[in-house]
Design a protein around this ligand. Structure first.
Ligand code: ZN
Length: 150
């Protein structure tokens, strides 16, 4: 268990230092800024969506390793997924980071996001881990018409 924990920690640090999909997205038709005042995490999320499918996601911002790693993993995992799949994944992810002693079944279902399962032991960090996801939900209900490609 300790080895797994160390591996998870290394992956968080790696994604935190070298976030994937970092940058803006010129053709984004959804974008939103998210802020977690508890920790000072800030992200700006860009989504290119068509017919309910998230074709591309990128983000910019700064914050702690957990917030950056969560945004990095989220943008990686949600590419080419439907909005419905994204909401379902967030529901599971939210349960994982807010519930102590998660079932192995749930953690296995989370794939790469399992690296953030340890967050459930640190309630103060839950908002760091969920910032990108809350920003995603807000972005999807709030179209930014100015950058619409339509
Ligand atoms: Zn944070």
């Amino acid at each position: 268990m300790n080895e797994l924990r160390e591996l998870y920690q290394e992956m968080i640090i790696d994604h935190g230092r070298n976030p994937r999909n970092f940058g803006s997205l010129p053709n984004a038709n959804h974008k939103k800024e998210g802020f977690n005042p508890l920790c000072g995490d800030k992200i700006h999320l860009f989504i290119e969506e068509a017919h309910g499918v998230l074709n591309d996601l990128r983000f910019e911002g700064c914050g702690c390793a957990i917030a950056m790693a969560s945004a990095s993993l989220m943008t990686e995992l949600l590419k080419q997924k439907t909005i419905e799949q994204a909401h379902a994944l967030f529901a599971n992810f939210h349960q994982m980071v807010t519930t102590k002693n998660n079932s192995t079944e749930l953690i296995e279902k989370m794939g790469k996001l399992a690296v953030l399962s340890g967050v459930s032991e640190f309630p103060a960090r839950v908002k760091c881990a969920t910032l990108a996801w809350h920003t995603l939900q807000a972005a999807l209900v709030d179209d930014d018409k100015k950058v619409s490609t339509e």
